[in-house]
Design a protein around this ligand. Structure first.
Ligand code: HEM
Ligand code: HEM
Length: 242
């Protein structure tokens, strides 16, 4: 549970030639890129009936990614495992205290405060997908729709906090954390490196996601058909009202 190496930033600053090591495997990086894309895409397409299928497709993509990440958090590489980065409130308080006192703790994997935001985003993501699925299938009342929208708004706020935290930590630790999420590499002691990038698992993830999108695409109604169906539905409803 506690195999993350912590060392003060100053120590690192005194050793500028710290070699970079592989910290994030490729499945974690692909997961990150795709979850950011699917959340942003689902948010942008949320309002309009016209984009509903795309909205739902991106939403389910996020659901699938979250399921994968939970499994990878149990069996994945060292820094991807929940046991490596999920900490209690005391560790979060200690990390934030050290940050405020100007001696930030450096973590090779996720820091405790960042990890809290990550876990919260994942939990909210699951709530959004579940409430969206129930709304889409008419399984609940208006409250589920409201819950869906509210959870999405809270997650958007958390994404803002997450990005601000990444920028702040990058500045305080003099390291580009966003670039590390792309390349997988960070400065750190060689004994903290992961051995494999697990490219094959990342390739399987990409095949699954692209396959799902293609399947949704070919199952989609022809352009205009949805609008025509909605119009027929409206006329039908009006007939009932009369
Ligand atoms: C919709 C937008 C986003 C969502 C939902 C999101 C979500 C997440 C999640 C779930 C993780 C944990 C990754 C893992 O362990 O598997 C993470 C980590 C990370 N994200 Fe994002 N992210 C978003 C946007 C961004 C953006 C725009 C940046 C760049 C500024 C960014 C930078 C990072 C970094 C650097 C980490 C690793 C943090 C660390 O070093 O501890 N994220 N993000
Ligand atoms: C990344 C995931 C998702 C985000 C960020 C998201 C966000 C939103 C937001 C903000 C709205 C409210 C739009 C408005 O102002 O009316 C909305 C509506 C909706 N969402 Fe999602 N959603 C996601 C996933 C899903 C999923 C997985 C489904 C279904 C399987 C879904 C189904 C719906 C439906 C049916 C509505 C319309 C509700 C109504 O009739 O007003 N969403 N979504």
């Amino acid at each position: 549970m506690t195999d993350t190496t912590i060392f003060p930033s100053e120590t690192r600053a005194a050793a500028p030639a710290a070699p970079t090591i592989l910290v994030w495997d490729l499945p974690v990086r692909v997961f990150h890129g795709l979850i950011a894309l699917s959340f942003a895409g689902a948010w942008i397409t949320a309002e309009s009936e016209r984009w509903r299928l795309l909205h739902v497709t991106l939403g389910y993509t996020m659901g699938g990614l979250l399921l994968f990440r939970v499994a990878w958090g149990l069996i994945g590489t060292r820094h991807a495992r929940f046991g490596d980065f999920v900490r209690g409130p005391r560790a979060v308080a200690r990390y934030l205290g050290a940050l405020l006192s100007g001696r930030p703790e450096h973590h090779v994997g996720h820091n405790p405060a960042g990890a809290l935001a990550i876990v919260a985003m994942m939990a909210l993501g699951a709530l959004i997908v579940a409430s969206g699925w129930a709304t889409y299938n008419d399984l609940g009342g208006d409250w589920l729709e409201d819950l869906h929208e509210a959870a999405a708004s809270v997650m958007l706020a958390l994404v803002g906090v997450h990005i601000a935290g990444v920028l702040l930590s990058s500045w305080l630790h003099h390291e580009n954390l966003a670039a590390a999420m792309v390349t997988g590499r960070k400065p750190g002691p060689p004994d903290q490196a992961i051995r494999s990038a697990w490219r094959s698992v990342a390739a399987l993830m990409l095949v699954a996601v692209i396959g799902f999108w293609a399947w949704q695409w070919q199952a989609a109604p022809a352009p205009g058909a949805g609008v025509r169906a909605a119009q027929v539905h409206q006329v039908h409803d009006r007939d009932h009202d009369d």
